[in-house]
Design a protein around this ligand. Structure first.
Ligand code: 25A
Ligand code: L14
Length: 340
């Protein structure tokens, strides 16, 4: 449990990665009450300094015994590091907010999107999981609809940017693009195929059921966050040559009928959402517009005319912000609110 203090000792594990970098910016921008910031990464980053509030902070090597005296640790260094280090951190009295997939479906670990289920923070035992990026932005938009009309089924297709995979993937898209327009040969390395000028229906590993792990995260995490196992979800996740922000085409079947106007009105009022929906002015959410922003943008809201009670919409958000770093920091802010 987090003890109420004026300022906290905060750690970012995986600080030199794409998400870790964003965590440092978000902590700074939101004036998080930090007494001391500690940054951890692997030996590869040894000797590096990073900037926080105009001061240099040295990157330290992650070891099991570093967590004493740290109040909150934001982890984003991959699932293996989270499995190996989060329990030791929790044992040392630190609250871990973990970005990896390691702990999300553990029944003893809350999986939290503050707009949806901050009440689940109450039962944490030292580790709190931050959901998958595609799931976070979708549940923010689903929650008001579920409360109003009970969702029966969701069919989602994602268009995911390369930044989710980390810095090496962003470099790969940039280098392939410049190589191809200069008629040079390319050799895929992070992804199994060319990502520039292409779409890959493949995110994370394939499972025995023919789906990818990313697709099944959207199914299982949505139910856990919404606290309703009756919601049916089916997903196709696609990597597209975009640097930042994920886009999603979401089809929702509800028990009660909702008009497109009702959905537009309720989402406009909902926390964390901005409705951009004026097609006559070519206004709809775009990944380049959402990049660097905090909100989940929703547009193209329309009734599904092929079923009785259905809605289609287009949901876009920055995967490194709301999809990862911002959601983690918002969890920490809620913990502070609830601390005694
Ligand atoms: O497959 P995994 O293990 O589950 O990991 C998945 C990847 O997903 C990203 C993250 O990539 C991770 O590597 N990720 C994690 N959570 C995410 C989320 N919610 C997420 N992506 C989206 N949404 P990343 O590049 O953004 O961040 C990697 C960070 O983790 C640190 N790290 C790695 N191993 C570590 C460790 N920290 C402590 N102990 C360890 N054993 C990593 O630090 C980085 O901060 P680093 O020092 O290893 O890397 C510094 C720079 O080096 C580059 N690099 C990475 N791998 C290699 C490399 N360079 C050369 N060879 C390599 N093999 C990185 O680009 C980084 O800039
Ligand atoms: O958080 O886009 O489970 O390659 C793992 C795959 C994050 C995104 C997670 C990607 C994801 C990542």
């Amino acid at each position: 449990m987090l003890k109420k203090k004026e300022k906290y000792v905060v750690a970012v594990v995986g600080a030199t990665g794409a998400v870790g970098n964003e965590m440092i910016s978000v902590l700074e921008e939101r004036k998080f009450p930090i007494d001391k910031l500690r940054l951890f990464a692997s030996e590869r980053s040894e000797g590096r300094d990073m900037e926080f509030n105009d001061k240099a902070v040295a990157v330290e090597i992650l070891k099991e015994d570093v967590f004493k005296g740290i109040d909150i640790a934001l982890f984003s260094a991959g699932a293996e590091r989270s499995i190996n280090f989060a329990p030791a951190a929790a044992k040392a009295g630190c609250v871990v907010i973990d970005n990896s997939s390691a702990w999300r479906m553990d029944p003893g670990v809350p999986l939290v999107v503050p707009e949806v289920n901050s009440h689940d923070l109450k039962w944490h035992k030292g580790i709190i999981a931050n959901p998958n990026c595609s799931t976070i932005q979708m549940v923010v938009a689903l929650k008001p609809i579920h409360d109003a009309a009970k969702i029966k089924r969701v069919v989602v297709t994602t268009f995911q940017s390369v930044s989710g995979t980390g810095k090496k993937a962003m470099d790969e898209l940039l280098n392939q693009t410049t190589d191809l327009i200069n008629f040079r040969d390319i050799k895929p390395s992070v992804y199994p195929h060319q990502i520039a000028f292409n779409c890959l229906p493949h995110i994370d590993k394939f499972l025995d059921n023919g789906y990818t792990k990313e697709e099944m995260k959207m199914v299982n995490e949505t139910r856990k966050i919404m606290g309703d196992n009756s919601i049916m979800v089916t997903a196709t996740t696609v990597r597209v040559p975009v640097f930042r922000s994920h886009s999603e085409a979401v089809n929702i079947e509800t028990e009660k009928k909702l008009s497109a106007n009702e959905v537009r009105a309720m989402l406009s009022e909902a926390p964390g959402i901005v409705v951009y929906d004026a097609p006559e002015k070519n206004l709809y959410p775009l990944p380049v517009q959402a990049a660097g922003k905090d909100e989940v943008y929703v547009g193209r809201i329309r009734e599904d005319e092929s079923i009785e009670n259905g809605i289609n919409m287009w949901v876009v958000s920055d995967n490194l912000r709301k999809g990862a770093a911002l959601n983690a920091v918002q969890i920490a802010e809620k913990l502070i609110e609830q601390a005694v």
